[in-house]
Design a protein around this ligand. Structure first.
Ligand code: ZN
Length: 198
């Protein structure tokens, strides 16, 4: 959904053609700041953490305690803030939601969705637990968190279809991992970036 007012200066936006596309613009010719509305995007991140004990694999899942979808189960995760990278966000969210501290192994899945109002993407990382332990105590956001086997997933009807697909793939060694490498940008002021490549 296009914006009506400029988020930088508050003026009403007008439609103008920018590089071949009609977009809401804060018109500089009439005193605006030049802001262009390229659309609303958000990035969610999810973390897959697998534990293995006596040859039995378990995947880390959470039960939501807040709307939307209270009482449903998913892999842990959340939204990426504008000023943090996806890999930082996913480790932070997993730690906040479950108490488990992790490092990144790689990127394993991506999904994109156009909602009525905005464009949302979700990047899923495979993580390795390096510390902390599962906090089973309920919080405002999370009803419970824990590691679950493939058989236990079958008795979890409220596990989201997307998380189920990811969890099953993780527990059956079917994930394909894109590994991180550091690359330098040619653009002045850009930090060293992480490229995920198979
Ligand atoms: Zn403006």
């Amino acid at each position: 959904m296009p914006m009506t007012f400029c988020p930088e200066c508050g003026r009403r936006l007008v439609f103008q053609v920018v590089e071949g596309h009609e977009r809401p613009v804060c018109d500089k010719d009439t005193g605006g700041c030049g802001f262009i509305d390229f659309g609303r995007y958000s990035l969610g991140v999810g973390g897959i953490v697998v534990s293995e004990e006596d040859g039995v694999k378990r995947v880390l899942l959470i039960e939501r305690n807040a709307e939307p979808n209270r009482g449903t189960w998913t892999i842990p995760g959340g939204f990426c803030a504008w000023n943090e990278t996806a890999q930082v966000a996913v480790a932070r969210e997993v730690q906040e939601e479950t108490g488990v501290e992790c490092e990144i192994i790689g990127l394993v899945a991506f999904r994109n969705r156009v909602d009525p109002t905005y464009n949302n993407s979700y990047a899923v990382f495979l993580l390795r637990a390096i510390g902390g332990k599962v906090n089973g105590e309920p919080t405002e956001e999370i009803a419970t968190a824990g590691f679950y086997t493939l058989a236990e997933l079958d008795n979890m009807p409220r596990l989201s279809p997307l998380s189920r697909a990811l969890a099953v793939a993780a527990l059956t060694d079917a994930l394909v991992v894109l590994h991180p490498m550091q690359v330098t940008s040619w653009v002045k002021g850009h930090p060293v970036m992480t490229l995920w490549m198979g």
